[in-house]
Design a protein around this ligand. Structure first.
Ligand code: ZN
Length: 296
C-alpha cells in the first residue's frame, strides 16, 4: 500500500504536468472505484485550469480555478501515468510493482499545458480501493480529512508535540504511531523504521514517552526526529528514482533497499555495535519488524 512518501513522490511527479494546465476532458470508465465518482464528475472539471496539486496525509488534492477540489486516494494499488505523444512515465517510487495493464485504466484526464502541449494523465488501479471525491470548500474540512493528525513532514512534529499526543496512552507505541488522528500518513513500513532508528520498542506503552523527566524527553525528541528523517529520506529516495525513471524509463532505485528492519526478518541488525537480529512479530494483525537487542 502506498504510504505518505510514495504519495508525495507521486505529487511531485504530477505537479509539473498538472499545475497551470487546462483540463479539456475527463473520462471515468466505470461508475465507481472504492466509492462512486461524484455526480457530473467530468462536466465539473472540464474546461477548468489546475491551480495547484497538494497533499494531506495520503490524500492528493487537486485545486482548480472556480471549481470543486478533487480529493484522490491511491488505495492499495492506484498509480498515475502521464502520456504525451512520445513518452510515458509513472511518477513515484513504490515498494510494489505498479500495474501498466490498460484494462485497469479507470480515469483519463486530457490536459493541455500553458505551452499548448497535450497529454493524458491516467489513473490505473487494479484492486480499485482508490477513490476520487469532490470537496466543495477547504479540503481540510472535508469529513475524510477533518480528523487527521499532524503531518510527519516539516517541523511541526517535535518531541514536545509527540509527547503530548502520546500522553496517557496505554496502547503499544507502534499502534499509537499508526493512529491517523495523532500523526497523519504514517504506515507500517515507516513506523517500524522510525522506531528502530530511535531505539524504541514497538511493544512499549506509548504513554511512557510522555512521563516527567529527562529520559522520556530525550526519547520523545529522538522518536520525533526519527519519524521526520525516515519520511524525508524516503521522499528524497523517491525523488531521485523519479528522475532516473523519467530519463531512462529503466528500473527504480526504491527506498526498500534502505530499509533497516522492514522485510528483513532474521538478518543481523545494522546498528553499529548491536549484535542482535531483526525479528518479525504481529501486532493488531500486521507485521512489525524490530531488533529486541537495541530497541527497548
Ligand atoms: Zn539492534
Amino acid at each position: 500500500m502506498p504510504e505518505l512518501p510514495e504519495v508525495e513522490t507521486v505529487r511531485r511527479g504530477l505537479q509539473p504536468a498538472l499545475e497551470g494546465a487546462r483540463i479539456v476532458g475527463v473520462e471515468a470508465r466505470r461508475p465507481d472505484l472504492r466509492f462512486p465518482f461524484p455526480e457530473r464528475f467530468s462536466e465539473r472539471l472540464t474546461g477548468k485550469t489546475i491551480a495547484a496539486l497538494g497533499r494531506r496525509a495520503k490524500y492528493l488534492t487537486m485545486h482548480v480555478d472556480n471549481g470543486p477540489v478533487l480529493i484522490c486516494h491511491l488505495g492499495m494499488s492506484g498509480s498515475f501515468r502521464i502520456e504525451t505523444a512520445n513518452e510515458s512515465a509513472t511518477p513515484g517510487a513504490f515498494h510494489y510493482e505498479r500495474s501498466k495493464n490498460t484494462a485497469h485504466d479507470h480515469v483519463v484526464f486530457d490536459i493541455v499545458s500553458p505551452a499548448g502541449v497535450r497529454s493524458r494523465v491516467i489513473f490505473n488501479d487494479p484492486r480499485r480501493f482508490g477513490f476520487m471525491l469532490f470537496s466543495e470548500g477547504e479540503p481540510d474540512l472535508h469529513p475524510m480529512l477533518a480528523g487527521l493528525g499532524v503531518e510527519p513532514t516539516g517541523n511541526a512534529l517535535d518531541g514536545a508535540l509527540l509527547a503530548s499526543l502520546l500522553k496517557g496512552r496505554k496502547s503499544p507505541l507502534k499502534a499509537a504511531l499508526l493512529d491517523q488522528r495523532l500523526i497523519a500518513g504514517l504506515g507500517n513500513i515507516y513506523v517500524s523504521e522510525a522506531l528502530w532508528r530511535a531505539g524504541l520498542s514497538p511493544l512499549r506503552e506509548a504513554g511512557t514517552l510522555a512521563r516527567a523527566g529527562k529520559k522520556a524527553k530525550e526519547q520523545s525528541e529522538s522518536l520525533a526526529e526519527a519519524i521526520r528523517s525516515v519520511v524525508a529520506d524516503a521522499i528524497a529516495a523517491g525523488g531521485s528514482s523519479l528522475r532516473d525513471y523519467m530519463q531512462t524509463d529503466g528500473s527504480l532505485g526504491y527506498f526498500q533497499h534502505s530499509f533497516a528492519v522492514y522485510d528483513r526478518e532474521g538478518e543481523a541488525c545494522s546498528k553499529p555495535g548491536c549484535r542482535g537480529h531483526i525479528e518479525r512479530i504481529v501486532q493488531s494483525g500486521r507485521s512489525t519488524f524490530h531488533c529486541r537487542t537495541c530497541q527497548a
